[in-house]
Design a binder for this molecule. Structure first.
Ligand SMILES: *[C@@H]1O[C@H](CO)[C@@H](O)[C@H](O)[C@H]1NC(C)=O
Ligand SMILES: *[C@@H]1O[C@H](CO)[C@@H](O)[C@H](O)[C@H]1NC(C)=O
Length: 334
């Protein structure tokens, strides 16, 4: 009974030491020295227990082996306590680290949340962008098709253009040739105009008389057409009845003779200088008016004369009706 009580006291003592260690403020640096003090205190208490035991040893016989075991047990307890302290400080340290990590985790979670939101926004934008891209691709394809069509059209147009350019070049060359010819033609025209302006203008037309019967006479007489209708160039002389060629050239002459005397001859010669060119005449056997006319183209030298001469024994007639007329003009100079 006595030894059991001693053992109980020892256990209580250990319990107290334990409690002291548990509640003690042990910092990392002085944990060793503090541990040493506690060891002394425990030593003291164990000695106190031993003294109490010694007092009762006379009655109870306890083997010294138990003390040795107790001592060993006490050392183990101390050792456990130190380890425990170390563990606690480790735990605290870990808890601090945990807090830091938790805060970081929270931050990270927030970040993740924020990133999720941003992600959703980005996904929405991405989706709309993808739609836009798809639409742009379609537009691009359409544009590409039009581009291709335009390019092929362009090629066709270029080919036509090139052929047109060739045509234009040819036309330009032809144009130059034509321009040269045109210019020379214009020069010719100008020259011809000058020549034309210089060319003599000759034309006349004259009626014989208003006096009625002329002739008959026994000899030829030159008919003097005194009623001048036209006399450009004044080559015809109404006083003499003679036309004189002002230039060398080809001339046209014509005349019409009228006769009104019954049972009589009517006729006249046309003379070129002294040469008879035609005799035109008729006989009035119907007791009415008769006529004769003719025309000649004559080549005349400058100064040549042309006139009508009344055929001997015949007569002509003229009055205000202008029945007997002599005309002529220059066809062209030579
Ligand atoms: C982390 O977030 C939880 C839940 O919102 C909160 O209870 C805790 O106090 C936060 N910790 C820190 C360190 O902010
Ligand atoms: C005859 O000629 C004159 C003068 O030119 C003219 O006035 C007249 O009307 C002419 N007579 C006839 C019938 O044509």
């Amino acid at each position: 009974m006595r030894s059991a009580a001693v053992f109980l006291a020892l256990l209580l003592c250990l319990q107290w030491t334990w409690a002291q260690g548990e509640s003690g403020e042990v910092t990392g640096t002085d944990a060793e020295t503090e541990g040493g003090n506690r060891q002394e205190e425990v030593q003291f208490e164990i000695q106190g227990v031993r003294a109490a035991h010694d007092q009762s040893s006379s009655q109870t016989n306890i083997s010294p082996d138990i003390w040795a075991e107790l001592k060993e047990l006490r050392d183990m307890a101390i050792e456990q306590k130190v380890e425990l302290r170390n563990s606690k400080s480790k735990i605290e340290k870990l808890e601090q680290e945990n807090a830091v990590l938790e805060s970081r985790v929270n931050t990270s979670e927030n970040l993740v949340e924020e990133l999720r939101r941003e992600n959703m926004v980005l996904e929405t934008r991405m989706s709309s962008s993808e739609n836009e891209v798809a639409e742009l691709k379609r537009e691009n394809a359409a544009t590409q098709a039009r581009l291709t069509a335009s390019e092929s059209k362009n090629a066709v147009l270029e080919a036509r253009m090139s052929s047109y350019e060739d045509v234009v070049k040819t036309l330009q060359r032809e144009n130059k040739v034509l321009e040269t010819r045109m210019s020379s033609s214009e020069n010719e025209v100008a020259e011809l105009k000058r020549e034309n302006a210089d060319r003599p203008k000759v034309a006349f037309s004259a009626g014989l008389t208003d006096a009625g019967h002329v002739g008959p006479f026994n000899t030829e007489i030159t008919l003097k057409f005194s009623k001048v209708f036209t006399n450009i160039g004044q080559a015809y002389n109404p006083t003499t009845g003679i036309f004189t060629a002002p230039v060398r050239g080809v001339y046209y002459f014509r005349f019409t003779l009228w006769g009104g005397r019954p049972s009589a001859w009517m006729g006249a010669y046309l003379y070129h200088n002294e040469k008879k060119m035609t005799l035109s005449y008729d006989y009035n056997d119907e007791h009415t008016y008769i006529s004769a006319s003719n025309a000649l183209i004559l080549q005349l030298e400058k100064g040549d004369v042309v006139y009508l001469a009344l055929y001997p024994g015949s007569g002509v007639f003229d009055d205000s009706f202008n029945r007997t007329i002599f005309s002529g003009f220059l066809l062209f100079a030579l």
